[in-house]
Design a protein around this ligand. Structure first.
Ligand code: SF4
Ligand code: SF4
Length: 162
């Protein structure tokens, strides 16, 4: 077993893994789970933490128009576009996304904005917004998954980043 895995530990503290431990776990491909349920991090057990008020998202004009049509409130985050001359700009969600279903699913999954497609579950950004939403994470090792950890079926419909 690599020394790093031992340092992370297979007996996570009740307070959850530190950011440093989470980053190392991501680098090493170690399992990361919700400390309350033991379920591995995934869109299927998240309720759309990255689709909630407070998120900053880059949008094309037509993507912004669609989101506003369904009642999403947003404000410009900055006037600076994604790239010089680009029509893609950053916005802060002032409300939860109007495309978010009651079970945390994306109601326009097949046509969701490019930014939503590129936001990967089990990425560092994902873990950060989940922490803001109140999730606490724990880390196991490849030999010893987090307590109660079990494979989670990630529905293509609810997976935001794939
Ligand atoms: S990408 Fe991460 S934060 Fe977004 S719904 Fe999936 S698990 Fe939750
Ligand atoms: S994935 Fe869907 S629900 Fe989430 S922010 Fe994007 S459009 Fe909205």
């Amino acid at each position: 077993m690599p020394a790093m895995s031992k340092e992370i530990g297979d007996q996570p503290s009740r307070e959850g893994a530190t950011d440093r431990q989470l980053i190392r776990a991501l680098q090493q491909g170690l399992p990361i789970a919700d400390i309350r349920t033991g379920e591995q991090v995934g869109c299927g057990n998240c309720s759309g933490a990255c689709c909630r008020a407070g998120m900053v998202i880059s949008l094309r004009p037509e993507e912004r128009a669609q989101m506003e049509e369904v009642g999403t409130q947003m404000e410009p985050y900055t006037d600076i576009p994604l790239r010089p001359g680009s029509s893609i700009k950053f916005f802060t969600l002032q409300s939860d996304c109007g495309n978010l279903g009651q079970k945390g699913e994306c109601l326009i999954y097949a046509k969701r904005p490019v930014a939503c497609r590129s936001f990967q579950e089990q990425s560092w950004g994902c873990l950060q917004v989940r922490q803001v939403a109140g999730f606490t994470h724990t880390v196991g090792t490849n030999e010893n998954p987090p307590p109660q950890a079990r494979p989670v079926e990630i529905s293509p419909r609810t997976s935001k980043g794939k």
